[in-house]
Design a protein around this ligand. Structure first.
Ligand code: CA
Length: 215
């Protein structure tokens, strides 16, 4: 996802939180930087601050929509600026969040919009006796939560997003890139093994030489 926010402190807090939840996040601190990022990368969702040093986030949003770009955009508005919210929704925003953010709520909204854009199926899945809530990144067995680390969740969530298809080790490594600049060669095997220990061996199948899948 892309976070467009010019306040360094707020941007840092957002990035740390969203990366901690398993999102691959780019940051832009200006309209120019955001347009450059949007030109070269495909994002699932963008969080857009409206007051940016070199222009208005609203104008950026209007230009996107004028080009026919349907990227889900969540605008960030101040609590007392109802007119901003209306203008943002009119300009083509999909949602808004009010500053100061509740980071957990923001994360849930981001995941909801990203899923909707991907046309993904239900957020709640039942697999091998587990109930998996993708919107909240939580897994339960018979009502009891099974705690996963954010890296374990990132691997599981990538497999769930491609359910029934084999994901290569490289594809799964990408799900881990947002955590470490360098990923150990056996990282995917390690996290798959931990997930099987916690969730049951049958949850993730190995296709030797090809990769892994959740059937
Ligand atoms: Ca700002």
């Amino acid at each position: 996802m892309l976070v467009v926010e010019d306040s360094p402190d707020l941007a840092e807090a957002l990035l740390r939180h969203l990366r901690g939840q398993g999102h691959a996040v780019d940051h832009a601190g200006s309209v120019d930087a955001a347009e450059a990022a949007l030109d070269v990368a495909e994002y699932a969702v963008a969080l857009l601050d409206l007051g940016l040093p070199d222009g208005s986030g609203l104008d950026l949003l209007r230009r996107l929509r004028a080009k026919g770009d349907r990227l889900p955009v969540i605008i960030a508005t101040a609590r007392d600026q109802i007119s901003d919210r209306i203008a943002g929704l009119d300009a083509g925003a999909d949602d808004y969040v009010v500053k100061p953010f509740d980071l957990d709520e923001l994360g849930a909204r981001i995941r909801a919009h990203a899923r909707r854009a991907q046309g993904a199926p239900a957020a709640r899945l039942e697999i091998a006796g587990l109930e998996i809530d993708r919107a909240r990144s939580r897994v339960f067995r018979e009502g009891a939560e099974i705690r996963l680390t954010s890296r374990e969740w990132a691997v599981l969530d990538a497999l769930l997003g491609a359910r029934g298809r084999v994901l290569s080790k490289t594809a799964l490594e990408e799900a881990l890139y947002c955590f470490d600049a360098e990923i150990a060669g056996n990282a995917v095997e390690v996290y798959v093994s931990r997930l099987r220990t916690k969730l049951g061996a049958e949850v993730i199948e190995t296709r030797r030489g090809l990769g892994y899948l959740v059937p």
